[in-house]
Design a protein around this ligand. Structure first.
Ligand code: C2O
Length: 371
């Protein structure tokens, strides 16, 4: 960081100056209300050392009564969330809208007319999306009146039924989880492309012959074996093999930096594969930034992406988060489960434990040691 550099911070004024953004040259209008009523409250993680961590589990390992109870809760939570009026910042529509505003250049950096805040293709991708999913989960908890509810994750990178040591989940998860594939359920989205409708079609994490921002990607009809092999290779290259912080986390973004439109230039490897790939693989709403969170599968995919950030840090002492104050002190505004606008710094969301949760142990070994 140079002497004059400064972290990007989002303020009341940023919201007031919100303007239409764009995605792949399509104009997009998704500004939150220009005038924010009520206070903006600084977010402090509410972790208490005496309270056990909630565990986000791998969806493919839920079974029996636990799966039944979870399915009913999940459906109820999404039905309630979808029923909130658009005027409520916790509504499904408004959560999509705020992701859109942060992700399509609608927020202009303070004191600038043409430089924007963006949460993709740079180092904000991982912390911002962790936080977005965190508040989404808290809104579901509030609607369900269940503070212990966890948004279990889509373990799309695990394609092997290997025996573990008996503790944790060792079942393959590389198909769309059935609780997100029921056509009648509020967790389903009809816009998905047909490959993501078929519960027997494995995900494919490799990319694409086209730039995802410019055209519909091409996916081949791989057999399960081919897809699994390809996925392990991708996971190995994008996570296990990367020890450079910028390469993994994404390019720095400070006050004064312009938006980067070419993913290959700013995105960290985890954002690029499997994340962008999966947006494209699911397709429909997931294909575009301005609509992606309208498909509930967005949130369980992103939960696994941020779990993989944790996994990456555990793989080598070289794998650390940026220590740059322009990263740590960057601040976002998001609405919480009580519809209160919160100000959150990146430094407060680097560890899930500080946010009160962790992830179930699963089998990552098949791609970590792949060659
Ligand atoms: Cu803001 Cu998966 O994207």
């Amino acid at each position: 960081a140079s002497v004059q550099s400064a972290p990007i911070t989002i303020t009341r004024e940023t919201f007031a100056a919100c303007r239409p953004g764009s995605w792949a040259n399509i104009p997009v209008e998704c500004c939150p209300p220009k005038t924010i009523e009520g206070p903006i409250v600084d977010f402090k993680p509410d972790f208490h050392p005496s309270k056990p961590l909630r565990v986000r589990k791998a969806l493919q390992c839920l079974a029996g009564e636990e799966l039944e109870i979870y399915t009913q809760k999940l459906y109820k939570g999404y039905a309630l969330m979808r029923a909130l009026p658009d005027s409520d910042p916790r509504s499904f529509m408004r959560q999509n809208q705020i992701h859109c505003a942060y992700g399509t250049g609608s927020f202009v950096q303070d004191g600038s007319t043409n430089l924007t805040m963006d949460i993709h293709l740079n180092w904000f991708f991982l912390p911002w999306h962790r936080l977005f999913v965190y508040f989404h989960e808290r809104i579901l908890q509030k609607l369900l009146n269940d503070a212990d509810f966890s948004l279990h994750f889509w373990n799309f990178d695990n394609s092997e039924e290997a025996d573990g040591d008996g503790d944790g989940c060792y079942k393959a998860g590389h198909f769309v989880p059935p609780v997100y594939a029921d056509l009648e359920a509020p967790t389903f989205e009809r816009n998905r492309t047909s490959r993501a409708f078929d519960p027997a079609n494995p995900v494919y994490l490799d990319l694409l012959s086209t730039d995802p921002r410019l055209g519909q990607p091409v996916f081949h009809n791989y057999t399960v074996e081919e897809a699994v092999r390809g996925n392990k290779r991708i996971m190995h290259r994008a996570v296990a093999q990367v020890h450079d912080v910028v390469a993994f986390v994404g390019r720095p973004r400070r006050v004064g930096d312009p938006q980067i439109l070419d993913a290959s230039d700013g995105a960290g490897t985890l954002e690029w594969w499997p994340h962008i790939t999966l947006h494209n693989w699911v397709g429909g709403f997931m294909f575009q930034t301005q609509t992606a969170p309208l498909d509930p599968i967005f949130y369980i995919m992103h939960a696994n992406v941020e779990r993989l950030w944790k996994v990456w840090r555990s793989l080598s002492p070289a794998n650390v988060d940026p220590a740059d104050p322009d990263f740590l002190d960057a601040a976002f505004l998001l609405w919480d489960e009580n519809a209160v606008l919160r100000r959150i710094r990146v430094r407060d969301v680097l560890h899930t434990e500080a946010l009160g949760y962790t992830y179930e142990k699963v089998n990552d070994a098949s791609w970590i040691f792949f060659d």
